[in-house]
Write a protein that binds this ligand. Structure first.
Ligand code: SF4
Ligand code: SF4
Length: 178
């Protein structure tokens, strides 16, 4: 997943500060720097900040993760602790969880996993999704299962289908050409 400046919300919640967190400088593509997801940016001083802070690209200048914007998320959700960075796609309102590949299973730990399942159920009812990325590999979190889909091409979209089964219904996720 790449950082897209057009999608940024620029105002962090009162009292929110990156402090020693630098995880967004690792987990995302930053095309303007030719930086790939999962590799530290060459300008990053992990745990300290950006070595080119005054002249950093607009991509970086405007970005705030969901933890910076959502005051209801506790300190355990801060990316440097959780080991993933959440963003909300402004176009689709999908919740995107970009995981530190060095701790690829971090999203399955508690209290995160149970909360992702709750958000998945709530989002599904609104036609939205919760999608985890480890570098480019996507996994859709559904209330009843997690569905690994691999890389999603630029011309592909994720579709959720619901089919009746004995005693209820089953959900499935797949990627299809848009
Ligand atoms: S991931 Fe969030 S808290 Fe961490 S450095 Fe980036 S914007 Fe700040
Ligand atoms: S330029 Fe600075 S803020 Fe941007 S990704 Fe690199 S280290 Fe992070």
């Amino acid at each position: 997943m790449a950082l897209d400046p057009a999608t940024f919300v620029s105002k962090p919640a009162p009292g929110r500060d990156c402090g020693t967190c630098t995880l967004c400088c690792k987990v995302f593509d930053v095309p303007v720097l030719e930086k790939k997801a999962g590799e530290w940016c060459s300008h990053c001083l992990p745990g300290k900040g950006c070595a080119i802070h005054a002249t950093r690209p607009d991509h970086c200048r405007a970005f705030h993760c969901f933890w910076m914007l959502a005051p209801f998320l506790g300190p355990e959700w801060k990316p440097e602790k959780a080991k993933f960075v959440i963003t909300i796609d402004p176009a689709t309102q999908f919740m995107l969880v970009q995981v530190d590949p060095a701790q690829a299973g971090s999203w399955k730990r508690e209290p995160y996993y149970s909360q992702f399942k709750k958000w998945s159920l709530a989002n599904l009812q609104r036609g939205r999704q919760v999608v985890v990325f480890v570098n480019k590999a996507a996994t859709v979190i559904l209330p009843n299962k997690d569905v690994p889909l691999g890389e999603i091409g630029p011309d592909e979209r994720i579709f959720i289908t619901k089919r009746p089964v004995l005693g209820g219904f089953d959900l499935e996720a797949e990627k299809r050409k848009a």
